[in-house]
Design a protein around this ligand. Structure first.
Ligand code: FES
Length: 162
């Protein structure tokens, strides 16, 4: 069976964050490139990065916070071991994805963008995965799942964990 390696990120380090910020600080509109670099490196944007970015760009911490919260792509905590992306676009909606998503999230006890307390699963919305003809579509880590059901999602998560 194929082994699926979870993507590794570096553990949060203030020194490493400061170096990444220094690498991007000269760019125009540096906030977004800095946040992307931090997320790529650590897997999320640690709260400790906010004052570093604010100082480097001479903006308020509130402005940095505002940017992090405005763009849902930025995580404020490490992601779960498995990332589930559920398609919320129209073709999947027509296949009943809204009700299915509500059932999935209720079953996991989390909302969009959240991670289960055991750190197993993070759920994110996406808008079309190219599985429209076989919706509802989902992506579990890098495994596409067509005709998604609650059981199908559990099987896909188990497969990615094996
Ligand atoms: S609309 Fe959901 S996969 Fe395209």
């Amino acid at each position: 069976m194929v082994q699926h390696e979870p993507r590794r990120h570096e553990p949060w380090s203030e020194n490493r964050a400061a170096a990444l910020i220094a690498e991007h600080v000269h760019l125009e509109g540096a906030t977004l490139p800095i946040l992307h670099a931090l997320q790529e490196t650590f897997g999320y944007v640690d709260e400790g990065a906010v004052p570093l970015i604010a100082d480097a760009l001479n903006v308020s911490r509130a402005e940095v916070h505002g940017c992090i919260t405005f763009y849902h792509d930025f995580r404020r905590a490490p992601a779960g071991r498995h990332q589930v992306k559920l398609c919320r676009a129209e073709a999947c909606q027509a296949m009943g994805s809204d009700a299915l998503h509500a059932e999935i999230l209720a079953g996991l006890g989390i909302d969009w963008h959240e991670t289960t307390p055991d750190g197993r699963v993070t759920v994110e919305p996406v808008y079309c995965l190219g599985l429209c003809a076989n919706g509802p579509g989902a992506l579990v880590d890098d495994l596409p799942v067509a005709r998604l059901t609650v059981d199908g999602l559990q099987s896909a998560i188990k497969e990615m964990a094996s």
